[in-house]
Ligand binder design. Structure first.
Ligand code: GAL
Length: 645
């Protein structure tokens, strides 16, 4: 098989006209490359109307002599949202999903060898389409355009259509599906296993197999070869995968028999200005940020299947993935539901060899119960992939659980209560349980909000993580969310942005990002240290600094003021007891200086220090009552300490 990428040299028209699909059309186009976004969007405050178009992409290519007797397939990895493929003026296929790939057989519509063909793709991004996620409101922008790769595969008439590898520990089975021209002919299929770095095994591979896990993401490649009766090679296919066992039950999530607490974030595949249209390196970068900067072991691809480049990277670096069908709260009519079921089919068939995917989301995010509909989606996912559990993200407590895991968005935390609900308050099921969202709209935070706000945001993330860590029956959580994102008018801060990320849209960290980062072992990633304050009084009402925290993974942190030692802090002082590295509150900026530098007696220095600390924390006018009670004799303290010395 030969693959030819068709990402360059496309002609684009923001408006579709049927005559544009024909070879004799001579109108004006813009020259563009894929990945492409219909509209370069402003940073914020723009209407979603600006990217809603029924547009056209057009490209010419020659029929090659080497394509004789071959089959020619065109694949579009992702086009938002409805696409129609025309070849030489003839409509060949319509695909109605903005988040899954589709393949069209061009063979019978190609012009003769050496002649030009006109490939035209109509892409409709209007939100009036009757397909997921449209039909009501959606809290994210949906953009438009061909935003993932386009390529042509040249294949023999008989070829390997699909290989699905299921693993059970170090065992595997490969389901090989052939597309046969002549079903009577005897074909031979053979499989050869190599390590993903293309190193052939010197001994029996089965004895060398290493399991895939977040810590050690070992990958393998299965080379499947198809030969004819006389042993001539007809086709071969390489499938990368990992060996691992997944088990989800009431007591938690197990990978290769080992219980893992899931700590992740939700990710939208969007960036400023270009929307969805980002190439491979940026997809890789996002996975690396989640794994290495934020120290997570999981990501939920909310609320749709995302780029294979992103997933490939998750496989390589060991980042577990929860992936789900497109949709947001709304369930449409029968035709719409059929498309959602089709989305399950495409998602599972296209993504099931990624070892990083540990669960399929087979419900429309946060929709109401619909047993008839979800029985279909759940059954189909199990039929196409018996090796993984299913979930379906809901905001409903005690909803009907048709899937294997109760996956729940727990937005119960409002700042002063418990960080999450215990499982029994959400569901009585004896199956597994996971929190799939928290925080988000409960505390939107801009990088340019003032310091107390940004600190509170960080603490709220710490509080939920701490609570989840304390509940054995909760298999883990994915917070809302990785980055800020452009959204519809009904959501966000009035400027079409949801400031829900622990990173901003450019992937710059907010304080909350360090809460995640600091959960990593310093022996593995080195020391993480962030102080929640820049020590500028102008960030605070009345100049009162409030609570300042040390966010670190270090065993201990020594604080100095102008090289003078003040205090050593250790993680044992953190109020977040279930976290291995909870934020630590700073409670002293003075140390021993009153005695050492000002000559104040030890016994007087202690209440003085407390008072000075309270003054800078609360401000003169806002000293809490307990300070007055504690220090009724404050005047005397000061008189003794200062005036009389
Ligand atoms: C959830 C929803 C997410 C996002 C989040 C904001 O209800 O699933 O898509 O809108 O709220 O906190």
């Amino acid at each position: 098989m030969t693959r030819i990428y068709l990402n360059n040299g496309w002609l684009y028209s923001p408006e579709f006209k049927a005559e544009m699909t024909k070879s004799d059309y001579t109108g004006n186009f813009e020259i563009v490359r894929i990945p492409h976004s219909f509209t370069v969007t402003p940073f914020n405050a723009f209407s979603t109307d600006i990217y809603q178009k029924n547009a056209l992409y057009r490209k010419t290519f020659k029929t090659e002599a080497s394509w004789n007797e071959k089959k020619i397939f065109l694949t579009i990895d992702g086009a938002a949202h409805e696409s129609e493929v025309f070849l030489n003026g003839k409509s060949l296929a319509v695909h109605k999903c903005g988040y899954t790939a589709f393949t069209v057989d061009l063979t019978n519509s190609l012009n003769p060898t050496d002649c030009e063909n006109v490939l035209a793709i109509r892409v409709d991004s209007r939100e009036s389409l009757n397909q997921p996620p449209f039909g009501y409101v959606v809290d994210y922008m949906t953009y438009g355009g061909i935003y993932r790769d386009v390529y042509i595969d040249v294949k023999n008439p008989t070829f390997i259509e699909d290989v699905f590898i299921k693993t059970y520990g170090t065992e595997y089975t490969a389901d090989v599906k052939l597309s046969c021209e002549n079903r009577q002919s005897p074909y031979k299929v053979s499989n050869k296993l190599i390590s993903a770095k293309n190193v052939p095994f010197t001994t029996d591979p089965e004895k060398e197999i290493k399991l895939w896990s977040p810590d050690e993401p070992y990958l393998y490649t299965l080379i499947t070869e198809l030969s004819d009766e006389s042993g001539n090679l007809i086709d071969s296919k390489e499938t990368r995968f990992g060996f691992r066992d997944i088990r989800y039950d009431e007591s938690g999530f197990y990978l290769n028999g080992k219980k893992i607490k899931i700590r992740g974030l939700n990710r939208h595949q969007a960036w400023p200005y270009v929307g969805y249209a980002m190439p491979k390196n940026m997809q890789i970068e996002d996975a690396d940020i989640l794994k290495y900067e934020l120290g997570l072991n999981e990501v939920r691809t909310s609320h749709y299947p995302q780029s294979h480049y992103f997933l490939d990277r998750c496989d390589e670096i060991g980042l577990l993935v929860f992936t789900e069908i497109p949709g947001w709260q709304h369930i449409g009519n029968a035709e719409w539901k059929d498309l959602a079921v089709q989305n399950v089919r495409e998602m599972v068939l296209q993504y099931r060899n990624h070892p990083s995917i540990f669960i399929w989301g087979v419900r429309i995010n946060e929709s109401m119960d619909d047993d008839e509909f979800y029985t279909r989606t759940n059954a189909l996912a199990h039929e196409l992939d018996p090796s993984r559990p299913t979930g379906g993200v809901r905001f409903l407590r005690h909803s009907n659980l048709l899937e294997d895991v109760y996956t729940f968005n727990d937005f119960s935390f409002y700042g002063t209560n418990d960080g999450c609900l215990p499982k029994k308050k959400v569901t009585k099921t004896r199956k597994g349980y996971m929190i799939t969202e928290y925080n988000g709209h409960m505390f939107p935070t801009k990088t340019f909000d003032n310091e107390p706000h940004r600190t509170e945001h960080a603490l709220r993330h710490a509080k939920v993580l701490d609570a989840v860590a304390g509940h054995e029956e909760i298999s883990g959580s994915s917070g809302w969310c990785m980055t800020d994102y452009n959204t519809h008018k009904d959501f966000g801060s009035g400027d079409y942005i949801c400031y829900h990320g622990v990173l901003d849209m450019f992937r710059n960290p907010k304080v909350a990002a360090f809460v995640y980062q600091s959960q990593q072992d310093s022996k593995v990633v080195g020391d993480v240290l962030s102080i929640t304050s820049s020590m500028d009084i102008g960030e605070h009402a009345g100049g009162a600094r409030g609570d300042v925290y040390i966010i670190t993974n270090a065993e201990s942190v020594k604080m100095y003021v102008n090289n003078i030692f003040i205090k050593e802090y250790t993680v044992a002082q953190s109020p977040f007891k279930n976290l291995s590295h909870g934020p630590i509150l700073i409670d002293d900026y003075i140390g021993h200086r009153l005695v050492d530098e000002d000559g104040i007696k030890e016994k007087h220095s202690v209440p003085m220090k407390d008072m000075l600390f309270a003054l800078q924390k609360y401000g003169v006018d806002k000293l809490p009552f307990f300070i007055y009670i504690l220090y009724m004799d404050i005047k005397e303290v000061f008189r003794n300490a200062i005036l009389l010395q």
